[in-house]
Design a binder for this molecule. Structure first.
Ligand code: 3HC
Length: 330
């Protein structure tokens, strides 16, 4: 899906196979082992390049689509301060998408191609963003749980073996902690508010808990990419390992809020020093990935409409750049 656009015609991509690739692969893996960063101009196995394009583009798409659920509440924030905080957060997500599309472009794929794939419904973005935001408490639950899960997943990505991705992650993670904090603050305010506000917070936790666990991906037994991604240090932990860390970290926070996690099987295993939790509904997960989630159609329609509405801006920017380039050589 990504081979076109990787290099100009006639230029051999750095990853086209040659007789001494076994030696190149050995040297590449020795560099990974030595914790060296792989940079865009370095030789890399095509499978490394392709899985990075796959993951980074989905990550970028997630950031951009992820602006929609919360953006829906900017005009309805309960105070001017909450509105300002939410505007800043949603704007941050757009910036995260831009960093990540830039990181993907260093692998020889164009941003336009990736965005076309998203708009055509041929690219994935995180399943979590296909759920509706029904109340202000959802904005709190998203910051607390979704950004909390994103941080759990993204902190290890700061140590990803691919230089541009790891550097984008370092910048993004600094902003994610603000995102998570502001969400938890909303939940704390509601949990300490009126009975109706406490019910709103509990209802949001009930609806966002399980989809947040799905953000970490399918179980390790069903993940077709984890083995290679761990071997080449794109991933530092498996999906289940990060999911477990998230549950263990978040359950005490819910207890502090006085809210209950919607999982009757949840319990602390003192011997294993971790929480046991109930089965995730992977049928729901796969349905959402296939486009049958509550908001899949709405999210894509909004992205397509925004892309069309922004066409004149892109055209003006390209025309301006061409005019400046022409003036520079005149
Ligand atoms: N939603 C959508 N697709 C998912 C998914 C999810 N929650 N979990 C897994 N998938 C997809 C994978 O992309 C892969 O699809 P593909 O083969 O078509 O590319 C397939 O399901 C199999 O899953 P794997 O576990 O084998 O795939 P990965 O090794 O790529 O692991 C991942 C999945 C852990 C999500 C990994 O891709 C990753 O770490 N991605 C980067 C981080 C990310 O995307 N975070 C979530 C969204 S960003 C966010 O929340 C921003 C915040 O500011 C709000």
């Amino acid at each position: 899906m990504y081979t076109q656009g990787l290099t100009e015609p006639g230029v051999r991509p750095a990853t086209e196979s040659t007789p001494d690739d076994a030696e190149r692969l050995r040297r590449f893996e020795a560099r990974i082992e030595a914790e060296e960063k792989i940079e865009p101009k370095d030789w890399m196995p095509d499978a490394y390049r392709q899985t990075l394009i796959r993951q980074i583009s989905q990550h970028a798409h997630s950031e951009i689509v992820g602006m929609l659920p919360e953006g829906n509440w900017i005009t309805r924030a309960p105070t001017l301060l909450r509105k300002a905080i939410l505007i800043a957060k949603v704007q941050d997500e757009g910036g995260h998408g831009a960093y990540l599309y830039s990181a993907a472009e260093t692998l020889g794929v164009s941003r336009a191609e990736l965005i076309d794939q998203l708009l055509a419904g041929r690219a994935k973005y995180s399943s979590i963003f296909n759920y509706p935001t029904l109340s202000w408490a959802d904005v709190g639950a998203i910051g607390w749980l979704v950004d909390g899960a994103a941080i759990m997943n993204q902190i290890p990505l700061c140590r990803c073996s691919y230089g541009p991705y790891s550097r984008a992650m370092i910048r993004i993670c600094k902003e994610e902690s603000f995102h998570q904090r502001q969400g938890y603050d909303i939940m704390l305010k509601l949990a300490r508010g009126t009975a109706a506000q406490r019910r709103m917070a509990q209802d949001a936790l009930d609806r966002w808990w399980w989809p947040s666990l799905m953000m970490f991906g399918p179980p390790d037994t069903a993940s077709q990419h984890t083995a290679l991604s761990v071997r080449w240090k794109i991933k530092r932990f498996t999906n289940d390992e990060l999911r477990q860390k998230f549950v263990d970290f978040t359950v005490p926070q819910a207890q502090f809020l006085g809210l209950s996690i919607p999982d009757p099987a949840l319990r602390w295993d003192e011997a294993a020093k971790r929480h046991e939790f109930g089965a995730i509904d992977w049928r729901e997960f796969n349905d959402v990935l296939k486009g049958h989630g509550p908001c899949n159609r709405e999210r894509l329609a909004e992205r397509r409409a925004a892309h069309d509405a922004g066409r004149w801006v892109r055209e003006a920017a390209v025309a301006h750049a061409a005019k400046r380039a022409a003036r520079a050589v005149a």
